[in-house]
Write a protein that binds this ligand. Structure first.
Ligand code: PAF
Length: 281
């Protein structure tokens, strides 16, 4: 695995590979790697001859008071995991490499960045879009792979690619879960042992909501009952049941549904979602 810290060196190396006819698949990460990230790498390996992974904790997607300074750094373990997956290139840029002209962004996400997580983290998705756009300019991948756990992020990246007319094929992978159902997340490390035992109730409440909707419960009752259930253990930031294709309200013709939620639990913020099809629609 080749490691680059400088954008120029990476660009030269990738140009040579491209000239030889190789496609490039890119997996951006902030490190703290787990099986969820590795599933993205596996997908990238299927898609292209060359796989580039970046590790960069992007300051512009954290608001003041969030966990930027404490974000888990497991670099040595991450490197070994990526080597074990035969990743071709690891890009480890500094803040100056990514933002040589300062962190002011020239891309605004718009309305889709202000709902759900964006209502609680108003500057987050502009920061995500900014760094992903910058990585796309540097890596110029044919494919980029993102996790469906960050479902709103995935939709925002897809619209970025469309709005900027980029020829990058965005692929996604389903959320990877621990055996007890908890969605894998770097931030799970923040949970105390006792909270870690309770955290799977989050996903089981989403599963119950799905079953109840499929059995005929109205969407508004399912939302109300699930929020009540979750509130017994967690502080619910939001819980919505939406059209999975565009994160808008469900209509009678909507067949692909997402139950999407964020909770706070002992100082840790967790997000999760569940996508399913409604029959006979
Ligand atoms: O999903 C993440 O880890 C980050 O938001 C990303 C896409 C790497 C951008 O910093």
């Amino acid at each position: 695995m080749k490691i680059f810290e400088k954008k120029k060196d990476l660009e030269l190396f990738l140009d040579t590979l491209r000239e030889k006819g190789n496609d490039i698949a890119f997996v951006p990460t902030m490190g703290g790697l787990h099986d969820g990230h590795l599933s993205l790498v596996d997908k990238a390996k299927e898609l292209a001859q060359i796989v580039v992974v970046s590790i960069f904790v992007n300051p512009t997607q954290f608001a003041r008071g969030e966990d930027f300074d404490d974000y888990p750094n497991t670099f040595e373990a991450d490197k070994l995991l990526l080597e074990s997956k035969n990743v071709d290139v690891l890009f480890l840029p500094s803040k100056e490499e990514i933002y040589p002209h300062g962190t002011k962004s020239d891309y605004q996400v718009g309305a889709i960045g202000q709902i759900l997580c964006g209502a609680f983290r108003p500057t987050h998705f502009d920061g995500v879009a900014q760094v992903v756009k910058r990585f796309f300019e540097i890596v110029e991948p044919n494919f980029a792979v993102f996790g469906e756990k960050d479902y709103q992020q995935l939709q925002i990246i897809k619209s970025l690619v469309k709005n900027l007319n980029l020829s990058i094929n965005i692929q996604s992978m389903p959320t990877q879960r621990e055996q007890d159902g908890l969605a894998m997340s770097t931030r799970n490390q923040y949970l105390s042992d006792s909270n870690r035992e309770i955290a799977p109730l989050f996903y089981s409440a989403l599963k119950d909501a799905k079953n109840e909707i499929l059995e005929g419960k109205t969407i508004s009752d399912a939302i109300k009952d699930t929020k009540n259930k979750l509130s017994k253990s967690f502080e619910v930031e939001y819980l919505e049941v939406l059209d999975a294709n565009n994160l808008t309200q469900i209509e009678t013709k909507t067949s692909e549904i997402i139950i999407i939620s964020a909770i706070r639990f002992g100082g840790t913020r967790l997000i999760d979602n569940l996508i399913f099809r409604r029959k006979n629609v």
